[in-house]
Unconditional design. Structure first.
Length: 238
């Protein structure tokens, strides 16, 4: 993998957080070296580093945003370029993966592209409970994924069902690549092929573009088995 693959991932993450900020009505700070979303006390502050060597002005802006934050904070640094311990933040390492287009079998469970607000409400419930998104519990409908996201052509949601019940969900964002976010299954449906079926269903709809994602360690065996390869280890500060 190359630096171009990492740039694909960073640009896609910027597209995700821009779409979420605009749909949620949150503040959006764009600088050459970073993108920041200033959210509510529950969604908090999200900062994405957009350059491997942020300028002194960008670093100062980042520090000011963190010090003035309301609610939780996450700084995503896919370049592993900054040390934020002086801001009281703690790092963790997460792998960034890319998969080139390649054939896959059809999903073993029904995977549904989301088109209606009621389907989006189900996706939100699955992701908030299954991922889980702890700061957004108890769930407030539309807080994580407002219905306005259904009007954005770059954003798509998918549901997978098992036994006629919602079992898993994810969000994708398409630009030069397709980014996969918040892929999860509900606890009662885990270890039953739900995640694999969901990925098969999503990957089968991509066309000839790569997919990028940042993986939780527990998800690596599934991603590795489907042809994802590592790009780098990102540092997430919180």
């Amino acid at each position: 993998m190359t630096a171009a693959d990492l740039d694909l991932s960073v640009r896609n993450a910027a597209a995700l957080w821009t779409a979420l900020a605009e749909a949620r009505g949150h503040g959006l700070v764009r600088r050459p070296g970073l993108l920041a979303v200033t959210g509510s006390p529950r969604t908090g502050l999200r900062i994405l580093l957009r350059a491997p060597d942020p300028s002194p002005d960008d670093r100062a802006a980042l520090a000011d945003l963190v010090r003035r934050r309301v609610g939780p904070v996450t700084v995503e640094d896919q370049y592993a370029a900054v040390d934020l311990t002086d801001l009281g933040l703690t790092p963790r390492s997460l792998p960034v993966l890319v998969r080139r287009p390649a054939p896959l079998p059809a999903p073993s469970l029904p995977v549904t592209p989301v088109e209606r607000p009621d389907q989006l409400d189900t996706v939100e419930d699955v992701i908030v409970r299954g991922f889980p998104l702890e700061p957004l519990r108890p769930r407030r409908p539309g807080e994580a994924f407002p219905a306005a996201l259904l009007d954005r052509p770059e954003v798509r949601f998918f549901l997978v069902h098992s036994g006629g019940e919602p079992a898993g969900a994810c969000l994708t964002v398409r630009d030069e690549a397709v980014g996969l976010y918040w892929m999860t299954s509900l606890p009662e449906h885990r270890s039953r092929g739900v995640g694999r079926a969901l990925l098969h269903g999503v990957l089968g709809r991509l066309g000839e573009v790569p997919m990028t994602l940042t993986a939780a360690r527990a998800g690596r065996p599934l991603y590795d088995s489907l042809g994802f390869v590592p790009v780098t280890d990102a540092t997430w500060w919180s």
